[in-house]
Design a protein around this ligand. Structure first.
Ligand code: NAP
Ligand code: F7E
Length: 411
């Protein structure tokens, strides 16, 4: 059965005599957690999400699916907690008694993990153990999904599969390796239905603004809207296997619907450099980039600007994007002490066992992200990306993430 058929036909609630399945999602306010919540709600699940207390609202990605819990029929419930707080994790597992736990919460930024290695170890590594222990001690029979990462492979040469040697290149990756093995250990030691989804980079209009793809697509929109003059980047030569996040959350769910727990690599099998992402994204917005100079002096310069084709002709900022304008510069602040140079997924196992076949290509992903960021700043996008989402049935509440804060220079 291919992935799309499986997603449309498997209904776990059927096996519970019509009683809705219950899922607990850590990291529900993040990119993946928010898409996953929408996906599970669409399948009739009762969804519980762990959120952190913050002095400002941090639920922008899920506000559109939130309903007052006093209203009859509410299916989404949010609970305060933290991956550092075992007591509350035990409480939640015990009280909710979820059928499935999707552990996608983490300090997920690789560069930040070099600044905060201990905190990253605590939240991204030991956080997983706290949750596994909460499940074990409560004696609840639940299936467990662990958000493992292609960062585990680090410096191992491509293509990378489930059997590739792990060679972590950051505190984040080291923390995720610890969590990976804890999941394996609880599966083998306590017979827990626990899976590692070893997911390669996946992006979307809801991607955090300091990850490189979203940083680029937001910058394009902000440059065209006159809010930003330049985009500062780090290593342009690293290569990533970038896929579309809404497809990847479907795979998380599918892993937990298998007869036996297992670990799977999920990616596209196509890899591109940051440089290529920049070129494609700017090009789609009508700006052809050429590179001049080299090393930390390298710059991305406007070779041509086609305002007509991208419907920016009314913009009052056109003067700032004339031929020869420098739009991209290198800032060594974004270099990492150790880099992951080349990630490319070998998806043979997921293809054979889960019917996995990515539906969104690299160039489609770029168009989707640029379109939504142009919309966010009030510009008329070319529209191909939005049409692709509609044609391929990825209309997750238009993907929009409500806020459009001004650029904060981080990440
Ligand atoms: P994300 O957008 O950064 O979301 C991370 C989530 O974790 C947010 O909801 C965040 O809450 C929450 N969180 C952070 N620290 C926490 C703590 N101490 N206690 C409770 N919750 C906490 O990440 P993502 O891109 O959706 O990725 C989801 C998971 O997959 C992460 O585990 C990531 O490491 C892993 N992963 C991601 C990719 C990818 O390409 N996206 C690939 C492989 C693996 P706030 O909203 O309050 O910050
Ligand atoms: O960097 C380079 C950077 O931060 C990608 C997380 O979701 O995926 C993500 O980790 C590449 C790196 O993602 C900038 O050096 C250049 O080579 O978008 P990123 P990541 O580090 O690959 C994995 C699978 C996860 O598991 C993580 O949770 O882009 N790069 N210039 C830059 N990166 C950033 N952030 N900012 C720059 O200015």
């Amino acid at each position: 059965m291919n992935t799309t058929n499986a997603i449309n036909t498997i209904n776990p609630t059927d096996q519970k005599n019509g009683v809705p399945m219950k899922a607990l999602i850590t990291g529900i306010t993040g990119q993946d957690g928010s898409y996953l919540a929408e996906f599970l709600l669409s399948k009739g699940y009762e969804v519980h999400g762990l959120i952190r207390r913050a002095s400002t609202f941090n639920t922008g990605r899920i506000d559109h699916i939130y309903t007052d819990p006093h209203i009859a029929g509410t299916k989404l419930f949010l609970h305060y907690g933290d991956l550092s707080d075992s007591g509350q994790l035990i409480n939640l597992i015990y009280n909710i008694q979820p059928d499935e736990v999707y552990h996608v919460g983490a300090q997920s930024h690789v560069k930040v993990s070099f600044d905060m290695p201990e905190y990253t170890g605590d939240i991204t590594g030991i956080g997983t153990t706290r949750l596994l222990e909460a499940i074990r001690r409560s004696g609840i029979k639940t299936k467990f999904y662990q958000a493992s990462s292609s960062e585990l492979f680090g410096a191992s040469p491509p293509p990378q599969s489930e059997t590739t040697y792990f060679y972590p290149r950051s505190p984040y990756a080291a923390a995720k390796i610890y969590a990976y093995w804890m999941v394996t250990n609880y599966r083998e030691g306590y017979n827990m239905f626990a899976c590692n989804g070893i997911l390669f980079n996946h992006e979307s209009p809801r991607r955090g603004e300091t990850f490189v793809t979203r940083k680029i697509t937001r910058a394009i929109a902000n440059i065209l809207a006159g809010h930003q003059k330049k985009l500062y980047l780090g290593n342009l030569n690293a290569k990533r296997d970038w896929g579309f996040a809404p497809e990847y959350v479907e795979m998380m769910w599918l892993m937990l619907q298998q007869e036996k727990p297992d670990d799977y690599v999920v990616g596209t099998g196509e890899s591109h450099s940051i440089r290529e992402f920049v070129e494609n994204a700017f090009n789609y917005a009508g700006i052809e980039i050429e590179w001049v100079d080299s090393g930390i002096s390298e710059k991305g310069v406007v070779k041509s600007f086609d305002s007509e084709s991208t419907q920016h002709s009314t913009l009052n900022t056109q003067h700032s994007i004339k031929t020869g304008t420098v739009l991209i510069e290198i800032d060594p602040r974004y270099f990492r002490p150790t880099e992951v140079d080349f990630l490319l997924a070998d998806i043979t196992k997921a293809r054979k066992q889960l019917g996995w076949q990515p539906r969104i290509t690299f160039s489609e992903l770029v168009k989707i992200m640029v379109d939504y960021d142009l919309k966010l700043v009030g510009l008329t996008p070319p529209g191909d990306g939005i049409k692709i989402c509609q044609a391929k049935n990825f209309c997750y509440t238009e993907h929009a993430f409500a806020t459009n804060e001004r650029i904060r220079d981080a990440g």
